[in-house]
Design a protein around this ligand. Structure first.
Ligand code: NAD
Ligand code: UDP
Length: 318
């Protein structure tokens, strides 16, 4: 396979660090660009000695000039707590940031893959979600900085493609989990696992009947690379995720079982605009990319629990 010089924005984040690792293992040169808002050097520590790896501290809301063969745009905080922390900055990252990165792709004539999200479907009323569903998004709510930001980013991708013939790839990522998720990101996977490991109460928001479909990170990055390497006319959007839908209350019980925790489940108020059901239709990913998820939820959870257990033990938090 031809080796390339690949830019990964947001490469020091959870998913980005796994993508850096995979593309390096395939023999490519990787330039990881990050402003370290939610990412960390710990995530890429094991890559620092690799001569084919380069790290640049930069914020994508400022233009960037660099020579590469391919671009993966992942820069954007992903958990509700993080993206709501500075909502205006989240929108700037999604709008000004993608304009800068698309401008680079246009100038260099190289393909660009955008990490979009299931959040473009908002609180969906169609199940499972197919890519031709336009979604049900609150444009003025507390999640809009992210949902609408990512929707505009998709629009910009399409407009640069139609107007400037930029080679684009859009994937819509559904809830992804695995080692290197941030402990403090407030997401359900990191919260429940760290609570269970500390025998603290497990905080289920609402009754816990809302569902999510969890995809292990190695499956996701396989799909991302398959999408990037697909034929030029495959531009997406294409859903990537796992279509095993799990109610949050059941997810809490599963984590208690696997960790043999003494934790009890408590119920806290449901956050505003929290989607009721979420599950991807994966027909396009299967037929266009020949991709499917492989890792079972219990196996992925065991790996993730192992990661958090080591981390909390090393930091003397358990
Ligand atoms: P993350 O927060 O761990 O990673 C995001 C990275 O982007 C971090 O390293 C952060 O420092 C960096 N970043 C943020 N703003 C930036 C900016 N303005 N300039 C440069 N770098 C910036 O999140 P993640 O879970 O790894 O998500 C990666 C991408 O995938 C995001 O675009 C997210 O929207 C998308 N996504 C993730 C999920 C998921 O379940 N994890 C679901 C859907 C979509
Ligand atoms: N959730 C929960 N307890 C927590 C954190 C999250 O019950 O401690 C719920 C949350 O309300 C949502 C689901 O778990 O219904 C997934 O939340 P997360 O923040 O992980 O992702 P998103 O809502 O963006 O899918």
């Amino acid at each position: 396979m031809l080796m390339k010089k690949i830019l990964i924005t947001g490469g020091a984040g959870f998913i980005g660090s796994h993508l850096c690792e995979k593309l390096l293992n395939e023999g490519n040169e990787v330039i990881c660009l990050d402003n370290f808002f939610t990412g960390s050097k710990d995530n890429i520590y094991n890559l620092m000695d690799n001569k084919k790896f380069e790290l640049i501290r930069h914020d994508i809301i400022k233009p960037l000039l660099i020579e590469v063969d391919e671009i993966y745009n992942l820069a954007c905080p992903a958990s509700p707590i993080h993206y709501q922390h500075n909502a205006i900055k989240t929108i700037k990252t999604n709008v000004l940031g993608i304009i800068n990165v698309l401008g680079l792709a246009k100038r260099l004539h190289v393909p660009i893959l955008q990490a979009s999200t299931s959040e473009v479907y908002g609180d969906p009323i169609v199940h499972p979600q197919r890519e031709d569903y336009w979604g049900n998004v609150n444009p003025i709510g507390i999640r809009s900085c992210y949902d609408e930001g990512k929707r505009v980013a998709e629009t910009l991708m399409m407009d640069y493609h139609r107007q400037n013939k930029v080679d684009i790839k859009i994937i819509r990522i559904f809830n992804t989990y695995g080692p290197r998720m941030a402990e403090d990101d407030g997401r359900v996977v990191s919260n429940f696992i760290t609570q269970a490991l500390r025998n603290q109460d497990i905080t289920v928001y609402g009754e816990g009947n809302q569902t999510r479909s969890f995809c292990y990170v190695s499956d996701l990055v396989d799909g991302m690379v398959k999408m990037m390497n697909s034929d030029r006319e495959i531009i997406g959007p294409i859903n990537l995720g796992n279509n095993t839908e799990t109610p949050i209350i059941e997810f809490a019980r599963r984590i208690i079982d696997i960790t043999c925790s003494k934790s009890k489940i408590i119920h806290l108020p449901l956050p505003q605009d929290d989607p009721v059901r979420r599950c991807p239709d994966l027909t396009l990913a299967k037929t266009k990319l020949g991709w499917d998820h492989k890792v079972k939820l219990d196996d992925g959870l065991k790996e993730t629990i192992k990661y958090f257990e080591n981390k909390l033990r090393n930091e003397k938090k358990i």
